[in-house]
Design a protein around this ligand. Structure first.
Ligand code: DX5
Ligand code: ZN
Length: 222
């Protein structure tokens, strides 16, 4: 069964406590938290204090997506703040194998995020060492962008590799995901759907989560 990870980037920050309670009570599985540094991506979002605050109220795992340069410097801080899953960008990690090992040593699930233009084959030599691939289906930095359809082929390619090697790595798809495209994304092989604008931008966010969660996919298409 696939997982749903609402991205708090699109929530109402003035009411963040209520937004956290809303996700707690919904059918969603994880909290997706987007950390931006204004260097790896051309935007700033939030950091450690916000994550610690969310952790105090969250009853579901915190999935922290680090869109920052030199993420290795802050891994232990994010873990202490309450991150259960930590994803670093392949494009920001010259020593990716070491960085993912550091995440595992901290007791978190290790994820690697990958930009739309980066070939998935670059992940193949660390697949044994990670728990999750965060496949970017928009250029990271902003919520509410349009899904890049070329990404579907990348999901399929990655799913085929994971299946063939009999690994348990989850594929998370992040950016422009909503009710209009969730089914094809799941059919391509996604295990986790991140959605920000599609959930928090809707007047009936609980129903959107429920609908995203209840999509049935019998078989993958690769
Ligand atoms: C983009 C972030 C996403 C973003 C998704 O850089 O990584 O997690 O919040 O937002 P939507 O679903 O609105 O595209
Ligand atoms: Zn994200």
């Amino acid at each position: 069964m696939h997982l749903i990870a609402p991205s708090l980037l699109s929530c109402d920050f003035l009411r963040i406590g209520e937004e956290v309670q809303f996700v707690n009570q919904s059918k969603a599985d994880w909290f997706h938290l987007d950390v931006m540094d204004g260097r790896f991506v051309p935007n700033l979002s939030f950091g450690l204090p916000v994550i610690s605050a969310v952790k105090r109220y969250a009853t579901k795992p915190l999935d922290v997506h680090l869109m920052i340069v030199e993420p290795e410097k802050y891994l232990s801080d994010f873990r202490k703040a309450g991150a259960d899953i930590i994803s670093v960008h392949i494009e920001a990690c010259p020593h990716l194998h070491r960085t993912v090992q550091q995440i595992k040593e901290l007791g978190a699930m290790a994820g690697v995020a990958i930009n739309p233009h980066t070939p998935v084959s670059q992940l193949f030599d660390v697949l044994e060492n990670i728990d999750l691939v965060c496949m970017m289906s928009v250029n990271p930095g902003f919520g509410g962008q349009k899904f890049i359809y070329r990404t579907l082929h990348k999901i399929q390619e990655l799913k085929a590799e994971i299946t063939q090697r009999n690994l348990q790595v989850k594929i998370e798809v992040d950016g422009g995901v909503g009710l209009q495209n969730a089914e094809v994304i799941l059919k391509a092989g996604a295990d986790v759907l991140v959605a920000g604008n599609a959930i928090f931008g809707d007047k009936q966010p609980a129903e959107v989560i429920e609908k995203l969660k209840s999509i049935q996919v019998d078989k993958f298409e690769f």
